[in-house]
Design a protein around this ligand. Structure first.
Ligand SMILES: [Zn+2]
Ligand SMILES: [Zn+2]
Length: 381
């Protein structure tokens, strides 16, 4: 090849790289500039009291039950959204695609074991025990062989079906109570559930499932010492169901305050109840966990300016949210800015009458009971 043409090819190659086009095969133009950039999102949440805050979704479906995607897509979505851990929880009793997809309760999990390892996303084995409502559905995670579960869906076997998970030492949570509010007993603390709880075969409840915040479930978790869960229960693509163009919108998930980023640490944290359910703008959990999370994310600086008006002094402060969480605050006690919206990774200015040592705000985007927001006392300097 002549020197000139080599230079020309070199130039074209550089030019095309610059503009995202390749022509390395004759007669072929690659239009890679039209591709969506592929990367894993980095959801920033500072450590809380020495615990890492892991982003986890323990309720998802694929075509191996009634989801509409192949398991690989779930692994890909989880990586792209920056999740730390997921579980595929196929229905044991419900397989609408069984004529096309062979029923195998362990298979979807097996299909993404390797890709999850490569992606550094922790894959927790799980299943959904899908009984009639009431009592409804239960997820079991950290399970053994899912093929040993009971497919036959008759009410006489409901208890046996859940106890199977208990025998495998699974972590069991009650799914979406209140999803069929018109059915009597579907959104009540029924004897069936009470019996599981008393026999240590119920460890948590889905307080938020996808787009439904089951507010009564938060009170049950607080009153009965159960772990607060938030899950997507995704059947379609995450990008189909969630408006990902908004920076504060993420799939509904559980924030797990874990000692380490390992399945063992997640299990320990779930057993200890160190979780907060996160649904985009809303955080729901036990007061101590929501408070610790807020305190780790939001700080107020000493005042940087004082304004004097007719002998009245007003101090100006910066309040900073160093997380990707979203907070809304409403003044409860003190003479200061009434409403504060803290967008992900942002600061706001607030003003307060000089001489006050603290301000009390309600964090109205959080719930520590169905009828109670987290209350925080901001110390002023
Ligand atoms: Zn369900
Ligand atoms: Zn489900």
């Amino acid at each position: 090849m002549k020197k000139k043409s080599i230079l020309l090819i070199g130039f074209l190659f550089a030019f095309n790289l610059m503009f995202g086009q390749r022509t390395d095969v004759e007669g072929m133009m690659y239009l890679d500039e039209n591709r969506r950039p592929i990367y894993s999102e980095n959801i920033v949440i500072p450590d809380v009291n020495g615990y890492q805050v892991l982003k986890c979704d323990f309720h998802t479906h694929t075509v191996f039950s009634d989801g509409v995607v192949w398991p690989t897509i779930r692994a890909q979505e989880a990586w792209e959204e920056g999740l730390d851990a997921i579980a595929l929880t196929e229905h044991i009793e419900y397989h609408p695609y069984k004529d096309d997809v062979k029923v195998d309760h362990n298979r979807s999990h097996e299909l993404i074991e390797t890709s999850s390892k490569k992606n550094n996303v922790l894959l927790i084995k799980g299943t959904e025990i899908t009984r009639q409502t009431p009592p409804g559905h239960f997820n079991a995670i950290f399970i053994g062989d899912a093929s040993s579960y009971i497919e036959e869906n008759v009410s006489e076997r409901d208890r046996e079906a859940v106890m199977k998970a208990s025998e495998q030492k699974a972590f069991i949570f009650w799914n979406h109570p209140g999803w069929r509010p018109n059915i009597a007993g579907s959104y009540e603390w029924i004897p069936f559930v009470d019996d599981l709880h008393k026999n240590k075969a119920l460890h948590g409840i889905e307080v938020i499932n996808g787009f439904g915040f089951h507010m009564k479930a938060l009170d049950w978790c607080v009153d009965k010492g159960l772990t607060v869960m938030g899950t997507s229960d995704i059947h379609n693509l995450i990008g189909h169901d969630y408006d990902r163009s908004k920076d504060y919108v993420h799939r509904t998930m559980t924030l797990v305050l874990a000692k380490n980023r390992t399945p063992e640490s997640i299990r320990e944290a779930l057993n200890a109840g160190r979780t907060v359910a996160w649904a985009s703008k809303i955080l729901a959990g036990k007061e101590e966990n929501v408070k610790a999370l807020f305190d780790a994310c939001v700080k107020i600086n000493p005042f940087h300016y004082t304004e004097e008006n007719n002998g009245e002094k007003t101090n100006f402060y910066e309040i900073k949210n160093s997380s990707d969480l979203y907070f809304e605050l409403k003044l409860k006690e003190g003479d200061a800015t009434e409403q504060i919206v803290l967008y992900p990774q942002s600061k706001q200015l607030i003003s307060a009458k000089a001489g006050q040592s603290s301000l009390t705000y309600e964090v109205t985007s959080t719930y520590v009971r169905s009828d109670k927001h987290l209350e925080v006392k901001l110390q002023l300097k």
